[in-house]
Write a protein that binds this ligand. Structure first.
Ligand SMILES: Nc1ncnc2c1ncn2[C@@H]1O[C@H](COP(=O)(O)OP(=O)(O)OP(=O)(O)O)[C@@H](O)[C@H]1O
Ligand SMILES: [Mg+2]
Length: 393
């Protein structure tokens, strides 16, 4: 099972410019999480902070008991080995063929023999649909293939945590869906913890188990996909619909005057962009038939059912709607309308005992504490109230 990543009160600035502050979230082990946010909100900075390439000023990022913000260089070196990172452009070496590119981390960081390296590299190339292309140079293949080669390279050190920055950049919608499928397939096979940073609405709506969003220097939300996808928060709705009308502007977040002027323009009939109002929670993509089911998916359902009563009603309903008959029976859910009808929410079955990181009895490893779920600043135009007062909704 992949590692859990616990981020607490993380704050990052460059000089006097705060990028984000007080970010708190837990990436549950082996689950796929996505981080959304308008350009420039610091998503890439967040990924770089997680692997210790950038140093946040405050807060913690704990992986296997080690806080990578305050640990020693040698500890950081060890923790980094847990990560596989897929950068935006694949970050391949242009003069090396795909085989050597993918073999690079093994030759740098391990003492494996060339025979072992060959077996590992060919296996990862096969996994990412690149069998037969190992002698090609990065300049000779398409953007989609470069991404997959980047993923193959991220996989060779058997990572427990895979970070992906903008997997769709430079890819058409179909290839983006194929690479999304690949992430879920890899997750099913190695149960690694994923964090995918993306602007892509389709991917955000159909791939991750959990979604977070950065906006106005804060983590607006982080929680099960159903929470964000059913949210009435204007910034979330605007982002998921890709429209101009809403708090997000072209260069930076809009002020009230701009908002009012634009509102008048859209009310007068100007097209706000976006294809249509997208609402609801679409089905989540699954691993390709023939692969094992995702262990992270099963753990997530257990986890989400444990915290169901803490979630907003629309998210509760979406989660219940997504359960199979068998799951309904297992969790003691009587009918899909149970929440809508205002009846008490189902009581989950007792869960596995807490893992080493669980700090309360009955709290599973990786479970998000209530105050991290759907935490929305009461007033988005002013700083969030001190911790402990914001509360879940
Ligand atoms: N090394 C750095 N030094 C100073 N400022 C930086 C550095 N790296 C990033 N920034 C600033 O941090 C902010 C966030 O950048 P980041 O690249 O993380 O945004 P992003 O959310 O990934 O945007 P996009 O969606 O466009 O990729 C930007 O204002 C950027 O200029
Ligand atoms: Mg970025």
């Amino acid at each position: 099972m992949g590692a859990e990543v616990v981020v607490e009160g993380l704050t990052k600035s460059f000089g006097s410019q705060t990028i984000w502050r007080d970010v708190t979230l837990t990436l549950p082990p082996g689950e796929v999480s996505a981080l959304l946010g308008p350009s420039g909100t610091g998503k890439s900075v967040f990924l770089k902070s997680m692997i210790g390439l950038l140093k946040p000023e405050r807060g913690k990022c704990i992986i296997n008991g080690i806080d990578i913000v305050s640990c020693s260089e040698s500890q950081l070196y060890e923790v980094r080995k847990l990560f596989g990172v897929l950068f935006q452009d694949g970050a391949l070496f242009g003069s090396m063929n795909l085989f050597d590119n993918v073999a690079f981390p093994l030759r740098e960081h391990t003492k494996k023999s060339e025979t072992e390296i060959r077996r590992n590299v060919l296996e990862k190339l096969e996994m990412t649909g690149l069998a037969g292309a190992e002698r090609k140079l990065p300049g000779e293949i398409s953007g989609g293939m470069r991404k997959r080669a980047g993923l193959a390279r991220a996989l060779v050190l058997e990572p427990e945590i895979i970070l992906v920055d903008e997997p769709d950049s430079g890819l058409d919608p179909v290839r983006t869906t194929y690479i999304s499928q690949l992430f879920l397939d890899v997750n099913a096979q190695i149960d690694a913890t994923f964090l995918i940073v993306t602007h892509n609405i389709n991917l955000a709506r159909t791939v991750p188990d959990n979604i977070g969003m950065l906006f106005r220097k804060e983590l607006v939300m982080f929680g099960p996909r159903e929470v964000l996808l059913t949210s009435d928060e204007p910034v979330v709705k605007q982002f998921l619909n890709g429209r101009m009308d809403g708090p997000i502007g072209m260069s930076e977040e809009k002020d009230q005057a701009t908002l009012a002027a634009e509102k008048a323009m859209f009310e007068a009939g100007h097209h706000a962009g976006g294809v249509e109002e997208i609402t609801g929670v679409p089905k989540q993509m699954q691993p390709t038939p023939g692969l094992p089911p995702r262990a992270g998916d099963k753990r997530r359902t257990d986890r989400v059912m444990t915290m169901l009563h803490q979630l907003p009603p629309k998210a509760q309903q979406a989660i219940i709607d997504s359960l199979t008959d068998e799951q309904r029976q297992h969790y003691g859910v009587r009918s899909p309308a149970v929440v809508a009808a205002g009846r008490p929410t189902p009581r989950p079955r007792p869960q596995q005992p807490a893992g080493p990181a669980g700090d309360q009895p009955g709290v599973q490893r990786g479970q998000l504490p209530a105050d991290q779920v759907a935490r929305i600043p009461e007033n988005r135009f002013s700083p969030r109230p001190p911790r402990g007062q914001g509360g879940g909704q």
